[in-house]
Design a binder for this molecule. Structure first.
Ligand code: CTP
Length: 408
């Protein structure tokens, strides 16, 4: 995953302690903001000798917190909330003094209190004179902090502001950004489908009768949308071709909206090649030869509606050929002899897997929230029956199964 994707929307509590390197923290704020982070800053008394609250606040576009004893800050935010409303606490620069206080568990100002009160991971970017860095006291403090799980980036070696040469320079802002991104990469859930393109169909189709009327079905699009979201969570690039639904666009999927079965097929074919296709749409089997004008009651009785068969999208995508997805999965909505009919459907349509669900009256599946499903694979010869579960869980399970298929 790119730094941008890892950092976008992350909340960073940046503690700026006293050190000449504090000027680099201004640059750090800018780099984090550019990547979509929300950066809230605490400036220690020492830190504010090197950078001003005004510049920190201007760059972070947030109020800067400096004082443990500020009644207004405490009423608005409170140091406990401040320390918890972050995804990561970063101390940059981390002076020898603040490292010592952290190791000892002191809490005599806002920064150290927040560090003691936080339940979030902490990353320090030490910055100090080389002799202070190599001093046994600092060494012991760093060892203690690391044993407690505090993460560290730097310090670098080189010319120092004090004129000496050696280790103690704060890491460059981009190296700190990389360390922050590395932290979030470790936290990110596994993405076994990264690099794969998944095509998903969802929802009903609307088939026009005339310019103002259509027939439709009761599909809500919940299952297909949940499948698209689950595949995206596992890292797939997802194209969701959806008929008219009230479902919100799933996070991480590119959504193409269509009305009719023929539009759905055209959108799917245009989205190829894909590694996996999951057809969850309840595509209308028939369409009308739609009238060009609104049908009128003209006293001659109801109009004669002529039906034509719609293309079968699942069967079309399953057809052998250079752009056939490596795995094509269909759904079978059945009201009786569920496994038998689903197996026959799998073979007839030529797909690889079929998820069979019972839509008999009273099952509550169509438009409902939960689904009793069986996964048929190997020409319908293997059947996995999954416990009745919410559509999100069915989707997550299917996405895991697809990931297993591609990784083993
Ligand atoms: N499907 C499709 N295009 C169609 C009809 C169905 O892609 N024109 C797909 C559905 O998305 C689903 C699978 O085929 O994955 C089976 O849908 P279902 O409605 O159960 O089956 P039908 O093909 O309509 O068969 P029948 O009505 O005989 O049960």
């Amino acid at each position: 995953m790119s730094d941008l994707a890892l950092l976008d929307g992350k909340r960073i509590l940046l503690i700026i302690s006293g050190g000449i390197a504090a000027y680099k923290s201004l640059e750090l704020i800018r780099r984090l903001k550019e990547r979509g982070c929300r950066v809230r800053c605490v400036l220690t008394a020492g830190g504010s000798k090197f950078v001003t609250p005004l510049s920190v606040s201007a760059l972070s576009e947030e109020k800067v917190f400096t004082d443990l004893w500020s009644l207004t800050d405490e009423a608005e935010m409170g140091h406990i909330r401040l320390s918890r409303e972050a995804d990561l606490v970063v101390v940059a620069p981390a002076s020898a003094d603040i490292l010592a206080k952290m190791a000892a568990g002191l809490a005599d100002d806002l920064a150290t209190t927040a560090l003691l009160a936080t339940d979030k991971a902490v990353l320090v970017a030490p910055a100090m004179n080389v002799m202070m860095w190599v001093h046994p006291a600092t060494r012991a403090n760093v060892t203690t902090l690391e044993a407690r799980g505090v993460r560290r980036v730097g310090p670098d070696s080189g010319d120092m502001a004090c004129g000496e040469v050696g280790a103690g320079r704060m890491s460059e802002p981009m190296a700190i950004v990389a360390a922050i991104a590395a932290f979030f990469a470790e936290q990110a859930p596994p993405r076994p489908l990264a690099g794969l393109h998944a095509l998903v169909t969802s929802g009903p189709t609307h088939e026009p009768i005339d310019p103002v009327r259509y027939i439709a079905n009761r599909s809500s699009g919940k299952q297909g949308h949940a499948v698209a979201a689950a595949l995206a969570r596992l890292g797939a690039r997802v194209t969701l071709v959806s008929g008219p639904t009230h479902e919100p666009d799933p996070a991480g999927a590119a959504v193409l909206r269509v009305e009719t079965a023929r539009e759905m097929l055209a959108a799917c074919e245009a989205a190829l090649p894909a590694d996996v296709a999951v057809c969850a749409a309840a595509v209308a089997d028939w369409r009308f030869e739609a009238a060009g004008q609104k049908l009128k009651k003209e006293g001659g009785g109801p109009p004669r509606l002529v039906l034509a068969e719609n293309p079968d999208i699942l069967a079309t995508l399953s057809r052998p050929g250079p752009v056939r997805p490596r795995l094509v999965v269909g759904f079978a909505a059945e009201t009786e002899r569920v496994l038998e009919h689903a197996g026959a459907k799998l073979r007839r349509k030529g797909c690889d897997w079929i998820l069979a669900n019972d839509v008999s009256p009273g099952s509550g599946v169509f438009g409902g929230d939960s689904n009793a499903v069986h996964l048929l694979t190997r020409d319908g010869n293997d059947v996995e029956s999954w416990p009745r579960a919410g559509k999100d869980e069915v989707a997550a399970r299917l996405a895991e199964r697809i990931a297993l298929h591609f990784t083993t």
